[in-house]
Design a binder for this molecule. Structure first.
Ligand SMILES: [Zn+2]
Length: 258
């Protein structure tokens, strides 16, 4: 309950005070990190053994043209959740909360409804709430992370901003404690970031995954007031792990993106 209350308080503080939780466009001018970034822990939850369920919203995901990308993303989660990318987050363990490997618990293509051409964050929250309640999605647990993928052509509107105009992905928590990430199809130069579509999507997804693990309610886990979350400080700096393009993440210990 404390979790839900905190999320609500945060939302009432106004959009502009929202802690950073987006992947910015690759082309967006970015201020250099302010001072020496240092994430500090603010007593909120962490996803210690994250349970990812991938959701592909819309009939378009049943098209043979989009199936390879869906398979690619599920294979990516199966690999990355037990990889060194998760291991490197252990420096953010706190007493009683050790960040360990996670798992992908499943995947679904949701076709009962279709995403609007411009999908609002509120519509995504509502979808998750209703599909969890109806049993179409697995029940929420303290380690659950629902990862929502949108088909080509669907734009997401969140906090007064739009995907492919301002951001490429984000994560957040609903007031009733559902942790989720949204990664629209990267169908624009700013969200391709010079990468092939599958690589751009794993890069953005890895950014949101690591942030959801270390700061599931944005601003209440590991956070830097000047520079944001673990992935924000290193946006679009990538490496290859197990054949997948992933984003570098900030390390307090190394004082660098690693
Ligand atoms: Zn971020």
């Amino acid at each position: 309950m404390a979790t839900a209350r905190k999320a609500k308080d945060r939302k009432s503080s106004g959009e502009l005070q929202h802690p950073l939780r987006i992947v910015p466009l690759h082309s967006a001018p970015r201020a250099a990190a302010t001072g020496s970034p240092q994430l500090t822990y603010r007593n909120g939850p962490l996803l210690t053994n994250v349970q990812v369920f991938s959701i592909f919203w819309g009939k378009a995901w049943q098209d043979s043209a989009n199936l390879p990308l869906m398979t690619h993303m599920n294979d990516f989660f199966d690999f990355i959740l037990t990889s060194k990318l998760v291991d490197q987050l252990s420096e953010y363990n706190i007493p009683g909360k050790s960040i360990g490997h996670g798992a992908r618990t499943g995947s679904t293509v949701l076709t009962k409804s279709e995403p609007a051409k411009t999908v609002t964050d509120a519509a995504i929250q509502k979808l998750l709430q209703s599909e969890i309640a109806s049993g179409s999605l697995p029940a929420n647990t303290p380690d659950s992370l629902y990862f929502v993928f949108l088909p080509p052509g669907a734009q997401v509107s969140q906090g007064g901003a739009k995907s492919c105009e301002t951001f490429c992905g984000y994560h957040d928590a609903t007031n009733d404690g559902i942790f989720y990430a949204v990664t629209p199809y990267p169908g624009c130069t700013g969200c391709e970031g010079g990468l092939a579509i599958p690589d751009a999507l794993t890069s953005t997804s890895s950014h949101e995954l690591c942030e959801a693990i270390t700061d599931p309610i944005p601003g209440t886990g590991w956070y830097d007031d000047a520079n944001g979350e673990i992935g924000d400080i290193c946006a679009w700096k990538t490496k290859t792990l197990g054949g997948y393009v992933v984003q570098l993440e900030w390390s307090n210990e190394a004082e660098a993106c690693v």
